[in-house]
Design a protein around this ligand. Structure first.
Ligand SMILES: NC(=O)c1ccc[n+]([C@@H]2O[C@H](COP(=O)([O-])OP(=O)(O)OC[C@H]3O[C@@H](n4cnc5c(N)ncnc54)[C@H](O)[C@@H]3O)[C@@H](O)[C@H]2O)c1
Length: 319
């Protein structure tokens, strides 16, 4: 099968490319290298079944010519990371809404299957237990840049879903919860690589807020296996699936765990959310995925523990 992976030079996208090439598929990547890095796919560049197109999903002709050459589109390109969204809200919205619209239009025009990468951010600050695919969205004001990523991803999902319903486009949706692992970078606001990187340098680990907020972290290798399970099944058409790990940890305990596992002399410092981001910044207290649907439909469950994730990131950062 021939796949177009938008955002394929990014963190999750590049691991998806690895998995596809490894199983004998061919891959075209469309990436503008804004948050992605050529290094993530350097080892694939000389492969006969791999091609990198440096370009934007906002460029409709680049999108169309890339889509024409494949059977299936995996859409990972997006403006990602809390800092990116808060710093450049307008540009992020354009990328995340118009970019996805371009992908869906072109896929429809050329009759290609599409997987859209969405996010647990669509649930907003719904902290009422494990979130299942039908859980309500609870978001703040649309004028707060904090929520614009959630808004954009929700619109992407609706657009994709109604392309499926009204135009019979073969669409699948996945909502990634915090995904971590090698190649992820910390400077866009991702907590695990940020902590591990500070711990390796014996620098303070900065916890935003009280640290009592909890998250669940899924290894990217598990997430990629989830993506492949979803795209390989016909039972997933027109459906949305949570992809995440349901092992929960508070951010303060995560900081302690990182310090212990890396043998670091770092201390933990707490910083007010307002100082770290912007006045009025809102965050959710808990975010836990309910992964019973993906388990039931395609038999996927995550296999890797948080400790192995931290060790893996530390090894990668040291290298
Ligand atoms: N990492 C997570 O925990 C997580 C959680 C939820 C959802 N997601 C979603 O998964 C997808 C991949 O995220 P990631 O963590 O790998 O981030 P990433 O920043 O590493 O990857 C995004 C990629 O998209 C590319 N890109 C950005 N704008 C583009 C444009 N206009 N045209 C072409 N390429 C462009 C970037 O250069 C980058 O390579 C995104 O859609 C993101 O919203 C990720």
């Amino acid at each position: 099968m021939r796949y177009l992976v938008t955002g394929g030079a990014g963190f999750i996208g590049s691991h998806v490319c690895d998995a596809l090439i490894q199983r004998g598929d061919s891959v075209v990547v469309l990436d503008d290298l804004s948050t992605g890095n050529k290094k993530n796919i350097e080892h694939l560049i000389s492969h006969a079944s791999f091609k990198l197109v440096q370009g934007s999903i906002l460029d409709t002709s680049a999108v169309e010519s890339a889509i024409k050459s494949v059977d299936h589109v995996l859409h990972f390109a997006a403006a990602v990371g809390v800092f990116t969204i808060v710093d450049k809200p307008l540009e992020s919205l354009m990328t995340n809404i118009r970019g996805t619209e371009n992908i869906l239009e072109a896929a429809h025009m050329h009759g290609k299957e599409v997987l859209i990468a969405s996010s647990s951010e669509v649930y907003g600050k719904n902290a009422g237990g494990a979130l299942h695919e039908e859980s309500d969205r609870i978001v703040g004001s649309p004028l707060k840049s904090r929520w614009s990523y959630s808004e954009a991803k929700a619109i992407d999902e609706s657009m994709a879903y109604f392309f499926y319903q009204e135009k019979k486009l073969a669409v699948r949706l996945v909502r990634f919860f915090n995904t971590v692992g090698p190649r992820q970078v910390g400077h866009y606001g991702m907590v695990v690589p940020r902590f591990v990187s500070a711990a390796l340098k014996n620098e303070p680990l900065t916890v935003y807020g009280t640290g009592s907020q909890s998250r669940c972290f899924c290894h990217v290798y598990d997430a990629v296996a989830g993506v492949l399970a979803v795209i390989d099944s016909n039972a997933t058409l027109g459906e949305v699936f949570n992809i995440g790990n349901d092992e929960e940890i508070t951010i303060e305990n995560l900081a302690h765990e990182v310090i212990e596992l890396t043998g670091s002399r770092s201390i933990i410092e707490k910083v007010l959310y307002e100082k770290a981001y912007a006045p009025g910044f809102e965050d959710m207290q808990r975010r836990v995925p309910d992964i019973s649907k993906i388990k039931r439909v395609v038999g996927w469950t995550p296999k890797l523990s948080l400790d192995s994730i931290i060790s893996n990131i530390a090894t990668h950062l040291k290298a």
